[in-house]
Design a protein around this ligand. Structure first.
Ligand SMILES: Cc1cc2nc3c(=O)[nH]c(=O)nc-3n(C[C@H](O)[C@H](O)[C@H](O)COP(=O)(O)O)c2cc1C
Length: 218
């Protein structure tokens, strides 16, 4: 597939053919593409959980829907109608994936600074104690940034192989429940939830802001 077709033809897909099974080698090809992303200090701080148990996927999606439903109700009762409307929208924006044949959860792994005999939190704190700048952007957020880059590769590979996916963060509203359901250790952060399947829709590309509006020359 041509690079431009991959970049511009990829869409967020939210409806999937029923009963489709995604072969393990296809999923592994997507994860392999992800692992070729750049990462800070080549730390490769990404981990991917592949969920294919249908009941578990349905349970995850329902829990997201229920959480936004509950938040919407609470906001409405508090007279916060706009917040309530937002949460009502988020029920389906976050909970539509109950029938996806697979869900990939992208997580971070701790940043390995062991060659220096330190961990990232100690370095950050010590540099601050020394009157230095915050190193959070470099040492703490680096893992999330790297995972996000990997996820884009994964989405492009899924598209090339004929699958449809949707990168999501709305499910993080039930982060604690997801951790329990998927047995995710505390030191890993959840970054994205990515339902995946054979597309059962062909959405029109959402409009893009023109290049002239997103660039500033110096
Ligand atoms: C950080 C991030 C979070 C997103 N979260 C959601 C989400 O929770 N639910 C959803 O349906 N789409 C989600 N999306 C998909 C966007 O809605 C989608 O990428 C955007 O509308 C552009 O459409 P396209 O991906 O087809 O080009 C998310 C995308 C990004 C980058």
């Amino acid at each position: 597939m041509e690079l431009d077709e991959a970049i511009k033809g990829r869409r967020s897909i939210r409806k999937y053919e029923k009963g489709a099974v995604i072969p393990k080698e296809d999923v592994e090809a997507m994860i392999e593409a992800a692992t070729w992303a750049p990462s800070g200090l080549n730390a490769q701080p990404w981990r991917f959980i592949l969920v294919t148990q249908r009941e578990l996927i349905a349970e995850m999606a329902q829990a997201v829907f229920d959480k936004f439903q509950e938040l919407s109700k609470r906001a409405y009762e508090a007279g916060e109608k706009r917040v309530a409307a937002f949460c009502r929208f988020m029920r389906s924006h976050g909970g539509f994936f109950g029938e996806a044949p697979a869900v990939i959860v992208a997580c971070t792994e701790r940043y390995d600074l062991s060659p220096f005999g330190l961990d990232e939190y100690t370095v950050t704190a010590k540099v601050k104690e020394l009157g230095g700048p915050s190193l959070e952007a470099l040492l703490i957020h680096i893992v999330e940034k790297s995972v996000v880059m990997a996820v884009q590769n994964l989405l492009l590979k899924a598209h090339e192989l004929g699958y449809g996916a949707c990168v999501m963060d709305a499910p993080l509203v039930i982060e604690d429940e997801l951790r329990q359901m998927l047995d995710i250790p505390e030191e890993q952060q959840l970054v994205m939830v990515i339902p995946l399947g054979v597309p059962a829709q062909k959405p029109r590309p959402p409009k893009r802001v023109p290049v002239s509006e997103v660039i500033r020359y110096i």
